[in-house]
Each structure stands twice: as C-alpha cells, then as structure tokens.
Design a binder for this molecule. Structure first.
Ligand code: SDX
Length: 429
C-alpha cells in the first residue's frame, strides 16, 4: 500500500493520519488514533463513508457498475463457470484446476446430507412458518449437531465447517420448503450437480420420478453465482461482527440470514414480486411511481436503488437475460409481471427523480419473476438468496478470522441522552 497521509485539525490539535491505497478503488484514511489524540469519534451511521475492514475477496465499482470476485468480472464467472467454481474462487482465492474442481465438487456433494435428527427439529415449527424464520433457527441449530467443526482456532475445523455450510444450505432450504407445503423431505442425490440437486429436493415427490430440466438447473446455478458475495453489505457485515466475538461459524451464518431477511436487503426480492403483482398492469405504474416519489409515503420501488451501485447493477442485466431464458424454456410467452417490470424500468429510468438519485434496477428486480416461473413461492426467494450468499459470508468470515490484527468489533456513539441525574423517590416523580 502506498504511503500517503492527511492531517485533521480540531481546535488547537492537528492529527496526521495515514492514507492507505488498495489495489483498486478509493483510498482510506486510517483514523485509528483519532480518539486518543483528539477525544473525538467519527460519526457515520449507515457507514456511508466508512471502510470497516480490508478484504481481497470482492470489489464493487458502483459508478461503473463493476463487480469482481478475486479480480474476475461477475459476467465472465456467470457465463463460463458454475456456482461451485465461484465458491472455490471465493474460498481459496484462485480458480480451480479441473482436478481441484472435481475434488471440490465431490467433497461438497458428500456433505449435502444433514444429521437425521434435524428433521425432528423441523417438527417444532408451525407449517406456515416463513422459510427464513426456519432457516435462521435450523442453521443456528447446526452448532448443536456438528460440535466437531465449531473450534474457530482450528483451521481444519474451519475448513470442514465451511464445506458443511455451503453443502447443507440447499438441503435445509429445501426442507423448509417441503415442510411448508406438507410434503416429505427429499434427500440429496450424489449424482446430481448443486442446482439440480436443489431443484429435485424442492420439487420431487415420492410418487413419481423427477426429471431435472437442464435449462432451469443452469439458470438457477447462474442465479446462485450472481448472489454469492457482495463486499461488505449489511448481512456480510453482520457475519463479520458476530465472528469478531469468536462465535462459531454456524451462529455467525444464522446472524447473516437474519440480517438478509430485511426488505431493504435480501428480503427485497420477495417484496419486489409482491409489488409487481400489486401493480398488476402497466396502466397502474404511474400511480406507484408517484407513491415512490412521495416523501410522505413510505412506499419505495422495490428492486430499485443501491447503496453502492449508482449505475446498473451488473447482476441485474444477467438476471434479466436469465429471466427471458427461463420464461422461453417454460413456454411463458407474455408474462404480465415481466411486462410490468420492463415498463416500470423504462419509465423509472426516464423519470428525473430516479435519474437524479441514480436509482437503477438491482439484482432483486428480475429475480422474483424468474424464481416464480420456476415454481418457487415468493416466501422462498430470500431463502434462495441465503443459500447462494452463504459462501460469501463464509469466505468473508474466514478472511476475518485469519487476520492477525483482527479485533472484536465495538463501535462507539454520539450520546444525546440525559446527563447525570440522581434517582428520585417514586413519590417525588
Ligand atoms: C440488496 O449492499 C448490498 O450489496 C446489498 C445487495 C447484496 O448483494 O448484498 O446488493 C442486495 O440488498 C439489494 C438492494 C435491495 N433493496 C431494495 O431493492 C429495496 C429498495 N431500495 C431502497 O430501499 C434503497 O435503494 C436501498 C436500501 C437499497 C439503498 O438505500 P440508501 O443507499 O441508504 O439510499 P437512501 O435510502 O439514502 O436513498 C437515497 C434517495 C432518497 O431520496 P432523498 O432523501 O434523497 O430525496 O433515493 C431514494 C430515497 O428516498 N430512494 C428511493 C429508492 N431507493 C432510494 N426512492 C424510491 N424507491 C427506491 N427504491
């Protein structure tokens, strides 16, 4: 990192602070000694101007609409590789050779079963429980079943826990779906690839053979790749903060799932589809655009806008292409939801309100239409996001745990509450 510095003057005190440069992207001002030398904290709720860590995993250029995983553009990974190849890249830093890929696929595939007592764990949930509520509980419960991979100080246990998480998330998500619809759980099959296994665990029934549609499996695999990791987003930051306390990886991933569930984050794909269904027809779009612009109306155009992307989300473009592929494969000629989505995108991208605020479709805008066409209920959309993002969470967690300078995350605050006051007896209040 190149040596630069900046100085900050507050009152009579001037503080010199080192400025660090990364490989690409904005420099950072190292403010580590600011409090000790000035008695002041920085103040940045929402972390609009704050880098919380150093990382080598994912880089986003929001102005250019660029997303790189270990330097490789998401477009190339999505077009030429598969999800498990991206998993290998995120976890180990390099693309695998064919031998490494074969071994990784073999290993992940043979960790897809879950402890059979997990099926009894599911019995405790109401049938109509939201799959994300089930996933938070079930993934957190993995720590109760896999004690032999919870020691974060043991690199071997960390590696086993990583593989287990990537491998078992589809199985748990499929179990959450099957439990929801009252159908028996379907065990994974080792002769199927990752996405095909997931489709079969979700949609196969004991009464007949299930034939995986390779076009849908390829599309789902690409959707997993698009959602694998995304720098220091809210759920990844949650996983890092939980991990900084030394919590076991299953607990950290459960915390990430909980954060992802929010409608401003991973929950947007479910809400976005419900919004498109509520709009219903193209002629109703102006009413919803007006609501999205009305400061007195909490309604927002779901699937639009992003904290980092001030240009097209590169994943949204690939998702849009995938959406058309899936609809064509399923013979869905004119999906009214797709008509509404495309017209909504056209109108929003020409409306000054959205243009001035650089609000573009994000990864969630077309994913819901695609997943619905595949047969998933809207309540499963964020669970699928969690399946894909688990590898990103694990890679970021592993990077943090392996950082010799890592400390527990403990932000401070600007206190605006009551100053010191003495306790009054109840009769004098
Ligand atoms: C994901 O961080 C990641 O990387 C996340 C993610 C990942 O892969 O991990 O990419 C996945 O979470 C994608 C985002 C999914 N969320 C949605 O689609 C929900 C709708 N979008 C918004 O809630 C919003 O755009 C956020 C939360 C995504 C970003 O919010 P910011 O960066 O905090 O921006 P902001 O709320 O300060 O908005 C800036 C302005 C405001 O207007 P003004 O106060 O300037 O007048 O833009 C407006 C907002 O009101 N605005 C919107 C809007 N998004 C922002 N207005 C209408 N509709 C929207 N969707």
């Amino acid at each position: 990192m190149s040596a630069k510095s900046g100085s900050f003057k507050i009152g009579d005190t001037t503080v010199d602070m080192p400025v660090k440069s990364g490989t690409i992207g904005p420099d950072v001002i190292d403010i580590g000694k600011l409090y000790n030398e000035t008695g002041c904290f920085t103040f940045d709720p929402g972390f609009l101007s704050t880098a919380a860590c150093e990382s080598k995993i994912t880089y986003i250029d929001g102005d250019e609409g660029i997303l790189l995983h270990r330097g490789y553009p998401i477009e190339q990974l999505a077009d030429h590789g598969d999800f498990l190849e991206t998993c290998y890249l995120l976890l180990y830093g390099e693309l695998p050779t064919s031998a490494q890929k074969a071994e990784f696929d073999y290993t992940v595939t043979r960790h897809t079963m879950v402890h059979d007592q997990m099926s009894r764990f599911f019995q405790g949930f109401r049938r109509d429980a939201h799959p994300m509520a089930v996933m938070v509980g079930a993934v957190g419960a993995l720590a109760a079943f896999y004690h032999d991979s919870t020691d974060i100080n043991d690199p071997t246990q960390r590696m086993i826990a990583s593989i287990r998480m990537v491998a078992k998330m589809p199985t748990l998500a499929a179990m959450a779906y099957k439990y929801n619809i009252g159908q028996p759980f379907v065990y994974p099959k080792n002769d199927l690839d990752y996405a095909s296994n997931f489709l079969r665990m979700c949609f196969a029934v004991p009464c007949e053979d299930y034939k995986v549609n390779p076009v849908l499996a390829r599309a789902l695999d690409r959707i997993f790749t698009l959602h694998a990791d995304h720098e220091q987003n809210a759920s990844t930051s949650t996983v890092r903060l939980a991990g900084s306390t030394g919590a076991n990886p299953f607990a950290c991933i459960a915390a990430g799932i909980a954060a992802l569930w929010g409608p401003a984050h991973g929950g947007a794909n479910e809400i976005c589809l419900k919004m498109l269904m509520e709009i219903g027809t193209v002629d109703r779009i102006p009413h919803f655009i007006a609501r999205a612009k009305d400061k007195n109306d909490p309604f927002r155009l779901m699937g639009f806008g992003h904290r980092v992307y001030k240009n097209f989300d590169p994943r949204a473009k690939i998702m849009h292409k995938t959406c058309h592929e899936v609809l064509a494969e399923l013979g869905i000629k004119d999906d009214p939801l797709l008509d509404v989505a495309m017209e909504l995108e056209r109108i929003a991208l020409s409306d000054p309100y959205f243009v001035e605020r650089k609000l573009y479709p994000n990864v969630d805008f077309y994913s819901g239409i695609t997943l619905k066409a595949m047969g998933f209920p809207t309540t499963m959309f964020t669970a699928l996001f969690a399946v894909a993002r688990t590898v990103g969470w694990i890679a970021q967690w592993t990077e943090m745990i392996g950082d010799p300078h890592q400390k527990i995350g403990r932000p401070r605050q600007l206190y605006t509450g009551a100053p010191h006051r003495d306790y009054p007896p109840i009769g004098k209040r």
